[in-house]
Design a protein around this ligand. Structure first.
Ligand SMILES: Nc1ncnc2c1ncn2[C@@H]1O[C@H](COP(=O)(O)OP(=O)(O)OP(=O)(O)O)[C@@H](O)[C@H]1O
Ligand SMILES: [Mg+2]
Length: 467
């Protein structure tokens, strides 16, 4: 008999002999632990304190009977598997138990093999439910993790929580790589539709003539290759959420059809004469300036206002520099797991550069830089030589990581820190321009070679980092 380790079963029966018999049968055969309760009340209080994989409950008990216990359990722990013990002749109550949510019933007196078989089947169900829940959790945790504590991000979290409570259409705007996808998934995951489908549609990657049939489906014979009926994505998303990613790029003809979905909550498959009702929450995103597109007559105004009931604007990375260390560390952890590398730190000069870099591609670009850093890192730390960023790409007037802490230092220390930064940036940029060549860098900076070397030594600048 297959042993099921760490499994806990709660047996509820006022007949002590019966509970002991079950314990003696199940514990050695299944290697599980059996806890006994002699009344419905005590079963419920045990369940409050400990979690179980299975409850075996007698129907006929004084006080709270088995049906009441079953009802309470289904209310409080809807996923918990319950098997009822019934008198052999009482088919009616067995049927009633199944109808009330019991997974199975065992007639008393029972056969040794029969009960083991039924209990194993019931435990298998619990295991599947548990695994599914874990998978779901893992998926949720890995896919929607917006990180950052800056003011602009806090505003974004607030908006996400607010719109998640309702069903209104949301338009997410923001430059490329600012987290529009993550935001849409978070809204879905925090709302009432979280256990239903989330269907993302990347509008620009689907050719225009296919987009319509993809979204709305078609009837057999609607066009030459339509050999059978096909459900559209809106129907697939029924009861859930559809995410129309990069909606700024779709043609006005499809905008018109989408407008109807937004207004009437119904779709018309191609070649069909009837409309179909759909219950879908719509989230859309764009990195385009839709107001400009409206002015150019490329985006329908009525469609825009229907889409833009609520909007969330994602701030570019340059407006939340203080989030960079946190996001960078989060991304390094995430990708180390995926890439099975053990990189634990980002060196101070790298972090400094990350905070000063111009990020036209925002978080996605930062992510790409770090993935390369992880790949090239020889030890536990990502160093300057591991990342594909040069000192010449820094934002004009950018403040580094250490500048925030400057005022906590004494005058002398602060001056030294600023000098350090200045030299690192200035000499660093010159070195990168000259591929780490000291003679050329010296010439290019109006210093003699020896003076440059002294400065580099004093401020710990290694020309190898700039090759
Ligand atoms: N605030 C954040 N915290 C952590 N990771 C983030 C954050 N914002 C974005 N990312 C990561 O950056 C990458 C880009 O994010 P996402 O795909 O959500 O952005 P997007 O705006 O849809 O980008 P694009 O315009 O390229 O479609 C993803 O890998 C995502 O996990
Ligand atoms: Mg996207």
């Amino acid at each position: 008999m297959e042993q099921v380790q760490n499994v806990r079963i709660l047996v509820v029966d006022d007949e002590k002999d019966m509970t002991r018999l079950l314990q003696r049968t199940l514990e050695p055969e299944l290697g599980c632990r059996v806890v006994m309760a002699y009344s419905g009340d005590s079963a419920l209080s045990i369940l409050e304190q400990e979690s179980f994989d299975l409850v075996i409950c007698d129907i006929r008990m004084p006080g709270m009977d088995g049906f009441e216990v079953l009802e309470k359990i289904k209310q409080l722990y809807p996923d918990l598997t319950v098997v009822m013990l019934t008198a052999f002749s009482n088919v009616e109550s067995a049927v009633k138990a199944i109808k009330s949510g019991a997974y199975d019933f065992i007639p008393k007196p029972f056969e040794h093999d029969e009960i083991l078989f039924k209990i194993q089947k019931a435990l298998e169900r619990s295991r599947l439910i548990r695994e599914n829940r874990l998978l779901l959790k893992e998926k949720q945790a890995s896919s929607h993790e917006l990180v950052g504590t800056s003011g602009p991000m806090q505003k974004v979290y607030e908006q996400i929580h607010m719109v998640a409570q309702s069903d209104v259409t949301v338009l997410i705007t923001g430059e490329s790589g600012t987290g529009k996808d993550l935001t849409a998934r978070s809204i879905h995951a925090l709302g009432e539709r979280k256990n239903q489908a989330f269907i993302p549609v990347s509008c620009p990657t689907v050719p225009e003539h296919i987009l319509e049939s993809e979204l709305f489906g078609y009837k057999k014979g609607a066009f030459t290759n339509a050999t059978r009926d096909k459900q559209g994505l809106f129907q697939e998303a029924d009861k859930g959420t559809i995410f129309l990613d990069e909606i700024g790029d779709i043609e006005p003809s499809i905008q018109t059809k989408l407008l109807r979905v937004l207004q009437e909550k119904e779709i018309k498959p191609l070649g069909d004469t009837k409309v179909k009702k759909v219950d879908v929450r719509i989230i859309a995103s764009t990195n385009r300036n839709l107001k400009q597109k409206m002015a150019d007559n490329e985006f329908r105004q009525d469609f825009f206002y229907r889409l833009n009931v609520l909007s969330i604007e994602l701030p570019p990375l340059r407006d939340r520099i203080t989030d960079i260390p946190l996001i960078a560390e989060h991304l390094v952890k995430k990708h180390c797991l995926k890439m099975k590398k053990d990189v634990r730190a980002i060196s101070e000069p790298v972090m400094d550069l990350l905070m000063k870099h111009q990020w036209p591609g925002n978080v996605r670009e930062l992510e790409n830089v770090l993935v390369q850093g992880i790949l090239y890192a020889k030890e536990e730390t990502i160093n300057l030589t591991d990342i594909p960023l040069s000192h010449s790409d820094i934002r004009p007037g950018s403040a580094g990581r250490t500048d925030e802490k400057l005022f906590a230092l004494s005058y002398k220390e602060a001056k030294e820190r600023v000098l350090q930064k200045f030299n690192q940036t200035y000499i660093g940029s010159k070195l990168s321009m000259n591929n780490g060549n000291i003679t050329r860098t010296a010439k290019n900076s109006g210093l003699d070679r020896q003076a440059l070397q002294q400065v580099m030594k004093r401020f710990g600048i290694d020309p190898k980092d700039y090759k």
